[in-house]
Design a protein around this ligand. Sequence first.
Ligand code: ADQ
Length: 557
Amino acid sequence: MRVGARVTMVSDTQLDRDRVRGVMASERGSERKRIPGALFRNCKIEVRPHRAWLLLAHAGLMVDITHYLNDCKLILVSNREPYEHMRGPGGIEIKQPAGGLVTALDPTMRRTHGTWVAWGSGTADRDVSDETGRVAVPPGEECYTVRRVWLDDADINGYYHGFSNRALWPLCHMLIQHFEFRTEYWERYRTVNLRFAHAVADEAERCTGRAMAWIQDYHFALASEFLRAMRPSLFIHQFWHIPFPPADILRLLPAGTHEAVLRGMLGNDLVEFQIDRYAVNFLDCVDKFVAEARVDHVHQTITVRDRVVHVGAFPISIDVERFEAMAASDDSRARVATLRGRYAKGTRQLGVCVDRIDYTKGIPERIRALETMWTESPEMRERFTFIFVCTPSRTDLPAYNALERDVTQSVMSINERFGSPEWTPIVLINENVDSDLLAAVYRAADLCIVSSLQDGMNLVAKEFVACQVDERGVLILSRFTGSAEEIDGALLMNPFNVDGFVAAIAAGLEMSPEERKRRMHRMRRQLHNSTIFDWLDSILARSTEIMGTPPQLHAVV
Ligand code: ADQ
């Protein structure tokens, strides 16, 4: 815990205590949650026409996509692993990262007995894995395999902190002032991608029937091409979670490198993006930089030599019913009362924002808008309190540390300048909070601001909508998020335009209860038709269509 910064903090344990001044905590190790023991036991099964099978577990509704896979083994590839073995005081502990991807894919992996290939990042991972890095999970049930790929410090620096996070991440978000290319990063990225491709090829080799590899994200732009060379007939597809930039930005990568990234991605049979704009950028880049590729912009396909690569938009979402249930619980209701009693007494409103501290999320821009509003319109002071739930992220990179310091200092100075004994303008929760508390904060809020400068999708916007069970909140959403192209009912704004940003906050605060309800109701209805399980379903449906194997519905007992 770091002590010293003069800001106001509230955390789960402090909710029921008085406000604490002068302390800020940061629990860096807490980004992962422990596995709830019997989470997936006692599953009951139900059929839904035109959609996949659903597993009703007490964790919420989960889609079962086994009918798409039939006898086809799913080999999933991601940088982070679904289970991490850690050395703890009482022996080896198992942790599971919080997040939508694991929530959606873990049940699928359990039922299909697939293999999840990922970086073995846990301190005790090697102790429990066999000589090829394989371990059966989840503990006590052992129904699928995690295949760990080992990375040393130089690999992590070059592949992960280097090319992935200092080069591709800023470039794809078009924030080129943060772009940093080193040959060493690139070489490590290639080596690690090759190592992952070998691990996947070996897993495909081990299975007697067909296999499908599904690669996640920008950490593996080259893996598909390597894998294609090793296993030409394997069905390979990739979901790209972040934006894909236009050609003029991609070519900031040195000559040879940007073409290599595109050729790498063309190793896939299907490349999935969050929204159509990113898919279009990818097609344009391939058109410009890959001489041997023929691009069909209408059908969104690319022919390279004798192969056809399909491209499409598949917007990711959240486990809507899980968030809704958390927000509607008795615990949540009690927390909402506490939060509103403390921060939104009388006519005062409560705003919230939730982010990893990342320069793509527009946090300084948001602080600047609030500061401008409170400076230029003193009558807006005391009208609302803002809760910032900001979790430190990628703290090994200097740009992220600098941003965290900057955010803390700006919040302190705003609180000192505008605050009063009765009012703290910004309450900073500088830690990773558990999802139950998050759901209560979302429910309690009258206003949620998502101000990303660029964002592939942004799940916070969707979580806020899911948790607004009272339908009283307004969503102020950056135009530059994937969510803005999906959600109809938010107040859209441009975070670079401070006056427009201030006007959007003012409009949100002034909006009538009827108008808020109308918009929120519409957004909630949309969200229910587009959950993370619909996302999974549509990707697998498209994959099997391309593979030429229509799904077979069969009873699951
Ligand atoms: P991220 O950049 O991580 O994901 P986002 O979609 O906003 O961005 O998801 C962040 C998640 O972390 C949310 O579930 C949020 O609740 C959680 N979170 C953030 N701060 C937290 C805190 N302090 N405490 C607890 N939880 C916190 C990338 C892309 C996105 C894309 C996702 C999924 O950058 O554009 O939406 O992948 O594809």
